[in-house]
Design a protein around this ligand. Structure first.
Ligand code: PAF
Length: 254
């Protein structure tokens, strides 16, 4: 696996890859089996797979969440090598934001709902960095997990609106044996919180009404940001102390 740490080096390499189909998996690191499933799919569907790790400062609402975001770069590198990834792109914040974040990509409708209501500015930061990464990597396909469902919809919307040539591939959420969606933030849960966290997907999947699910989560000690039915999904965001979990399931009637 080649590790590329500057935008300039990547652009030179990218020119040499002309004619190859590139699959791209953008990440913020602390990789888990969910990320690896995106990488595996990319490897099957493309000649070359590029993974980026960039903990994007502009998509965090609280400085503390950014500081506490788990960074395990050496472990991530070994994992990617063992899964035969071709390139790991590790840009730094100064180069990604040479414009001091004066240029931003804002979606003005669905970015204000649900996650957008609770995390102002998050989706603008996310879309801005995804556009930069898609422009740099020039992939045929980019892989996004359904766990961040609203993110997936917004990325698809941006790609369509800006006529970007990359196809956005949605990949199913991977879950632990007890049903908790895999997420880099899960490692911030202590043993008791981790055990309790499994109630969240179970309640989301139950047939109960939203109000009842909220009441049950609150009785278990979760703080609930929202549980809502949108886009043929039931989506939710909850806190266990200072760790925020999001998840969603399909409620499409067959
Ligand atoms: O889903 C993530 O890990 C991030 O939002 C992404 C897409 C890598 C952009 O920073």
């Amino acid at each position: 696996m080649k590790i590329v740490t500057t935008i300039n080096d990547w652009q030179i390499i990218r020119q040499q890859l002309t004619g190859k189909s590139i699959g791209f998996v953008p990440t913020m690191g602390h990789l888990h089996a969910g990320h690896i499933s995106l990488c595996e799919r990319s490897r099957v569907e493309n000649d070359i797979t590029v993974v980026s790790i960039f903990v994007n400062p502009t998509q965090f609402n609280q400085g503390s969440d950014f500081q506490l975001y788990p960074r395990t770069i050496e472990q991530d590198k070994s994992l990617l090598v063992s899964h035969q990834i071709d390139y790991l792109f590790l840009p730094d914040a100064e180069s990604m934001y040479a414009d001091h974040y004066e240029v931003q990509v804002t979606e003005t409708a669905l970015s204000h709902e649900l996650e957008g209501e609770f995390r102002p500015g998050h989706f603008t930061g996310m879309l801005t960095v995804v556009l930069k990464l898609l422009n740099l990597v020039q992939a045929a396909r980019a892989y996004f997990g359904e766990k961040d469902y609203q993110q997936l919809l917004l990325v698809k919307k941006m790609v369509a609106a800006l006529f970007l040539p990359t196809e956005i591939i949605a990949c199913e959420t991977l879950r632990a044996d007890d049903g908790l969606a895999l997420s880099s933030r899960n490692s911030r849960l202590n043993a008791a919180q981790r055990q309790k966290a499994a109630h969240f997907p179970h309640l989301l999947q139950s047939d109960a009404a939203i109000e009842k699910i909220i009441a049950q989560l609150q009785a278990l000690g979760f703080k609930v940001d929202y549980i809502a039915d949108q886009w043929q999904r039931r989506l939710g965001a909850v806190w266990l102390d200072d760790v925020r979990l999001i998840d969603n399931i399909s409620i499409k009637k067959e």
